[in-house]
Structure formats: structure tokens, C-alpha cells
Ligand binder design. Structure first.
Ligand SMILES: [Zn+2]
Length: 99
């Protein structure tokens, strides 16, 4: 996992692609085209790789003028996982993606 070393962009990207919930709280990602930042497990559609910027802290994303996603609530990244799981559970009702 990602700890205090500099963010490994490739690792971060993989965490996003796989919606790795264990990566929540270790970084957030912002999407240039939307001006929104998310946590790794966000249920929203994956952005294009070249649109993504990684931040270790959500405060850094805020400072860069990005706004928190309204689906994954990255501003509460330290909140219990239950919220993210609830969101994911509701999403899976509408998705046939294999899990
Ligand atoms: Zn999100």
C-alpha cells in the first residue's frame, strides 16, 4: 500500500481502476475536465488517465480549486468505510459488473 513515500502515480491509478477501498485515505484524485476530486473507490465512471491528478491530502485538492465529489464524499475520507460500502452496494444494484 501507499504510505508516506511520494505518491506512486501508477499505483494510485491502479487503485482507482480497481476501486481499491484500502487506498481510501491514502490519496485522492482530481479530474481536470470536471474540476472534481474523488477518493480511490469512487463509484463514478473512471476518468481518462491523462485527466487525473493525484493528491495525498484532500486539502491539497481543495487548494488547487477542485471540489469534492458528491458520490464518494472525499472530504470525509477518514470517515468509516460503511458510507463508501453503502454507496457501492447501491451502485451494484444498477450494475452487472462482475465482482
Ligand atoms: Zn467521487
Amino acid at each position: 500500500m501507499i504510505h508516506e513515500e511520494p505518491l506512486n502515480q501508477e499505483q494510485c491509478w491502479q487503485a482507482i481502476v480497481t476501486r481499491d477501498r484500502t487506498a481510501n485515505g491514502t490519496f485522492v484524485f482530481a479530474v481536470r475536465s470536471t474540476g472534481i476530486y474523488c477518493r480511490p473507490s469512487c463509484p463514478a465512471r473512471r476518468p481518462r488517465r491523462e485527466q487525473v491528478i493525484f493528491f495525498r491530502q484532500m486539502q491539497e485538492a481543495e487548494a488547487a480549486q477542485f471540489r469534492p465529489c458528491r458520490r464518494c464524499y472525499p472530504q470525509y475520507a477518514s470517515a468509516p468505510e460503511s458510507q463508501a460500502e453503502m454507496i457501492e452496494a447501491s451502485l451494484s444494484l444498477y450494475s452487472n459488473a462482475p465482482r
